[in-house]
Design a protein around this ligand. Sequence first.
Ligand SMILES: Nc1ncnc2c1ncn2[C@@H]1O[C@H](COP(=O)(O)OP(=O)(O)O)[C@@H](O)[C@H]1O
Ligand SMILES: [Mg+2]
Length: 209
Amino acid sequence: MSVIALVGNKGGAGKTTLCINLASALLRRGSTLLLDADPQRSSIQWRDIAGRGDLVEVVDAVEDVQALVRQNRDNHNYLIIDCPPSAQSEQTRLALACSDIAVIPVLPSPLDLWASVHVEQELEWARSVNPDIRALLVVNQLEPRTRLSRLMHDALAEIALPVAKTAIRRRMAYRNAILQGRSVLDAGSAASDAAEEIKQLTEEVVKLS
Ligand SMILES: Nc1ncnc2c1ncn2[C@@H]1O[C@H](COP(=O)(O)OP(=O)(O)O)[C@@H](O)[C@H]1O
Ligand SMILES: [Mg+2]
């Protein structure tokens, strides 16, 4: 049983996108529930568009994420929590206090990297109540041929958190899948490269648990 929180200190880093796609990949490994703890409730909106019965279930966890983790941890293999875009928000703190793994998407941009320093601080706080929490930074929306993306490697070395070997590229497939109420894993051949990198990232996350 693993509790995985998608956290970060900026909107738009890809928490919801990775949460939905990781959840869909985890569902193929075992029973999985997505807890939406972000008051914007984007994961819930995605689930409403999807409507289908074979996708991961999403529950509203904005009011009491810890109670929902307690209620559901014994009857699922994976709980995955979508958090608000602030490391200091109540929901993020509560989620970090009861998670095994924090996945932190970060965009290849200086402003986003700087914002992740706050996540480092928040994780330090979380370790005082949850000493075993593991963290993984994931570069999202990578554009391999840009100078910024090349520089990202050095910049990440300055952050004292492990970085996933799998970087997630910027691909239309991620946006299209959300719009269609799907994950990239069930969006057909047009999304196969995205599906492959999500499977690789899932493997890395699961290894941490
Ligand atoms: N790898 C990606 N490639 C292309 N678009 C992406 C990717 N990741 C996220 N996006 C888009 O970026 C925007 C912000 O992503 P989102 O998951 O909502 O971030 P957050 O939940 O951290 O605020 C959305 O429009 C989403 O579709
Ligand atoms: Mg979001």
